[in-house]
Each structure stands twice: as structure tokens, then as C-alpha cells.
Design a protein around this ligand. Structure first.
Ligand code: PMP
Length: 457
């Protein structure tokens, strides 16, 4: 990517540039989450409507980032706005700070939709959900280590910010990957106590799990890596069998895949029941939320009525050591649950998911044709309403395969797409919403054609 070609984009986004410069004075790097940055500066958005985003310079974009997948109904869906307004008016407050009906209604809904979920606890983000799932696995088994897969992201904290995107010269062998820290400030403790597994390699995974079975509390994975590299069915079935045999809690991180690859998540498509599931993103209808759900026996470990919590007396005769302490001022936020329930309601209407998937497949096929016309090695991979554009041939099974794809060319095309009004963060996956239209798809395909033409010139 040359400086000049970047500057054409940034001619159109001068106000973004100015605001970003100001932001950099008061916010480290000008962004509130590191993933929001891209060079030379991210675009500052002002409005959203349906499938579109509008930036501070008045440019319009068809949005495929959709807040990293959260906005499955697009921007400002009327059903969500109505539900939130109704909830605020009816309740007369933003939050109760006590139990309330929607916590139970949503829990029942999740139990109904997710085959493995028998009980539910809420958090405020996907990160907190995976954190709670891991703590729960440790509390339940009494074992100290976690196993995670290379290339899998579970949120920004010490225990899982390991080998998400490691440099190849540090990452060890394919069959026995090293645990590589992805951030400053990660204590050696976590590097030593998080074991890294190779995704879609059952034999190597089994070997590592058997060797460390006595110390591994849980295995966490994205059932579909990055939301677009599916686990192979045989791999999934094997992982379920081995973890059960070795008394290791199997955790599906369905923060991305939940409600998106099927309304009941990847576990529904695979027909595999994890012990615990982490949810987020779509669950909040665009507001911050997370949840874990799973087996009653495991989930009950956080029930305060069977023990004492650290702050109040609770049951007199019980030990606080018997309970997993989980808390949060905003857990089970009623306004957010109202938005989430409204979202699920729309998704449950007959034909909605099917239409969403068929739209996604249409876009995928048409994009594949465009790239083929230019003689480029390209495939789309994904499931349901998420996919990614991979510039390489051959099966992509894991992080190491992804690393061999042509990300340089992909990035150049992505910057051209931004100029042409197609929004995603460069190199990101595509997420679809129920409100993307046929015209959006046609414009997107045309923009790809034009972007490739410009880049190849
Ligand atoms: N797990 C997965 C699979 C995710 O994709 C994400 C967010 N991208 C998280 C966890 C963390 O969720 P949040 O950003 O809501 O904390």
C-alpha cells in the first residue's frame, strides 16, 4: 500500500483525520479498543441506519463490520429501539440492581435455543463471559491450567492473550505450538499455565491433552475460528470424546458464532454439546452484554444460596470456599436484555435466518466469480452469516494456513473498498445483517470488481 493511494482515501476523510489527531491527545493511540485502529487513521463515524454507516465527512458506507458482528439486525432496527424505549418507560428506571423478570425470560430463551445450556449467568461483555467460563471450569475441576487453540481469540486479558496471532519464528512446531504472549504486561504465570493446542489436528491435540490431563481444567475454543474457519466435524466429535474421558471442561466460545451461524450457535450445527458456552455480541442487540450457559451441575458452583459469598453473610453454615464468587453491578441489565430479546424475536420469525444465510451465500458466490474473472486465487470461507475472503487456494484449517494467504493483496483491495464505500476494517471478516438489500449486494460486488481492477493496474 503506497502512501499516495492511501492519501486518496484520506482526502475524502479529512474531518476523521482531524478528530483522530485530537483523540490521540487524550486517548492512547486515539482508540478506545486497540482493534479499532488502522493506519494511517481509522474513520470516525457519526450515524448509522440499516446496512449503512455515515462518517463525519458525510461519506456513506455499506457496513460489513457491523460492530464486529454484534448488529445482526443492522443499525437502529425499529424493533430494538421500541423495546428499549418500552422497557425504560415501563420500568421507570435504567436498571434495578435487583433480580427482575427479563433475566429469567432470557435464560429460558437461551436454554430453549442452545442444546447444551441448562442454566445461565450474565456478564457485561464477551471477554467477561469467557473469563467466567474459565474460572468456572477451574473451580469445578480444582485443576490450575487452561488449554486454548493457536489463533483463537477470547478477549483481551492475560490468560487468553497468548498465541492469538504469534510470529512464526516464536510459535514452535505445528503439532506442539508454543505459548506466545500477545501483549506487554502478561505475567509469566499465564504463559506457563496456558497450554496451546493445534486447531483441527485431533491427533496432536489428543497427545497434548493426555499428557497434561491431570492439570488442565478446561479447553476453550472458537468452534469456528475467527468466526470463519470451521472445526472439522470429526475433530469436534473427537475433542468432545477426549475431554469427557479426561474430566476436562469443554468450553465453546460462541461470542462470534452465537445466533450467527445458526440461531442456536455452532453447537446446533455440529450436534455437539460443550459443557459451557460463552455468548456475547448479538445477545445484546448492540448493547454490552455477555453470558455463560451450561450444565446445571457445573453452573451451580456459583450459586450463593449453597454457600457464603465474600461480602455478605449468606448461608451461616457454609464455607465461602465452596462457592465461585461471580458478581457485577450491571449483570443482567434490563434495558440490554430487552434489546437482546427483541433481536432474538426478529431472528425467530419464520424464514429470517434462512433468508439471511441465502443472502450471504449469494454475496459469497458473486464475489468468488469476480475474483475468478481476474484470475486470482480466491475462496470465501465461513458459515451462516459470517464469511471471509481468502486469497489462496487449498483448504484453510487453522492459523498457520491463514498465515500463508496473500494478506498484502487483500489489504490493498480493502483500502480501495473503503474509498468505494464498502466498510470493514481492512483484513476483517464479513458479517451480514437481515437488513442488507439486493442493491447492497450488487454495489458490493461492483465495488470489488473496481477495487481489484485498480489494484492490479
Ligand atoms: N470471544 C470471541 C470469540 C470474540 O470474537 C470476542 C470479541 N471479538 C470476545 C470473546 C470478546 O468479546 P468482547 O469484545 O465483547 O469483550
Amino acid at each position: 500500500m503506497t502512501v499516495e493511494s492511501n492519501s486518496i482515501l484520506f482526502e475524502k476523510t479529512k474531518t476523521s483525520a482531524k478528530l483522530f489527531e485530537k483523540a490521540c491527545e487524550v486517548i492512547p493511540g486515539g482508540v478506545t479498543a486497540n482493534i479499532k485502529y488502522f493506519a494511517p487513521h481509522p474513520l470516525v463515524m457519526e450515524k448509522g441506519k440499516g446496512s449503512k454507516l455515515f462518517d463525519v465527512d458525510g461519506n456513506e458506507y455499506i457496513d460489513y463490520l457491523l460492530c464486529y458482528g454484534a448488529l445482526i439486525l443492522g443499525h437502529g432496527h425499529q424493533k430494538i429501539l421500541d423495546a428499549v424505549n418500552h422497557q425504560l418507560l415501563e420500568a421507570g428506571t435504567t436498571i434495578f440492581g435487583t433480580p427482575h423478570q427479563l433475566e429469567v425470560t432470557m435464560a429460558e430463551k437461551l436454554i430453549d435455543l442452545y442444546p447444551s445450556v441448562e442454566m445461565v449467568r450474565y456478564t457485561n461483555s464477551g471477554l467477561e463471559a469467557t473469563l467466567l467460563a474459565i474460572r468456572t471450569a477451574m473451580a469445578y475441576t480444582g485443576k490450575p491450567k487452561l488449554a486454548k487453540f493457536e489463533g483463537h481469540y477470547h478477549g483481551g486479558y492475560d490468560q487468553v492473550l497468548l498465541s492469538v496471532n504469534p510470529e512464526m519464528d516464536q510459535s514452535g512446531t505445528a503439532q506442539s505450538p508454543n505459548s506466545v504472549p500477545e501483549s506487554r504486561g502478561i505475567p509469566d504465570y499465564y504463559v506457563e499455565n496456558t497450554i496451546i493446542l493445534p486447531f483441527n489436528d485431533l491427533e496432536a491435540t489428543e497427545q497434548i491433552l493426555r499428557k497434561h490431563a491431570h492439570e488442565i481444567a478446561g479447553v476453550i475454543l472458537e468452534p469456528i475460528q475467527g468466526g470463519f474457519i470451521p472445526a472439522e466435524q470429526e475433530f469436534m466429535a473427537g475433542l468432545r470424546r477426549i475431554t469427557k474421558e479426561l474430566d476436562i471442561v469443554l468450553i465453546f466460545d460462541e461470542v462470534k458464532t452465537g445466533f450467527r451461524v445458526s440461531i442456536g450457535g455452532a453447537q446446533t450445527n455440529y450436534g455437539i454439546k460443550p459443557d459451557l458456552t460463552a455468548l456475547g455480541k448479538v445477545l445484546g442487540g448492540g448493547f454490552p452484554i455477555g453470558a455463560i450457559g451450561g450444565k446445571r451441575e457445573i453452573m451451580m458452583i456459583s450459586a450463593p444460596n449453597s454457600g457464603r459469598d465474600i461480602l455478605t453473610a449468606g448461608a451461616e453454615n457454609a464455607n465461602k470456599e465452596d462457592v465461585l464468587f461471580h458478581s457485577g453491578t450491571y449483570n443482567g441489565h434490563p434495558t440490554i436484555l430487552a434489546a437482546g430479546l427483541a433481536t432474538i424475536n426478529v431472528l425467530e420469525q419464520e424464514g429470517t435466518m434462512e433468508k439471511l444465510f441465502s443472502k450471504t451465500n449469494t454475496l459469497r458466490k458473486q464475489l468468488e466469480n469476480v475474483y475468478k474473472n481476474y484470475g486470482l486465487e480466491m475462496q470465501t470461507i465461513g458459515m451462516g452469516s459470517i464469511f471471509n475472503i481468502i486469497l489462496a487456494e487449498g483448504t484453510i484449517k487453522n492459523y498457520r494456513d491463514m498465515n500463508k494467504t496473500n494478506t498484502k493483496l487483500r489489504k490493498e483491495i480493502d483500502y480501495e473498498l473503503l474509498k468505494l464505500g464498502i466498510y470493514s476494517k481492512p483484513l476483517n471478516r464479513y458479517s451480514m445483517s437481515v437488513v442488507h438489500t439486493k442493491e447492497d449486494i450488487a454495489r458490493t460486488v461492483e465495488a470489488h470488481d473496481e477495487a481489484i481492477r485498480r489494484v492490479l493496474k
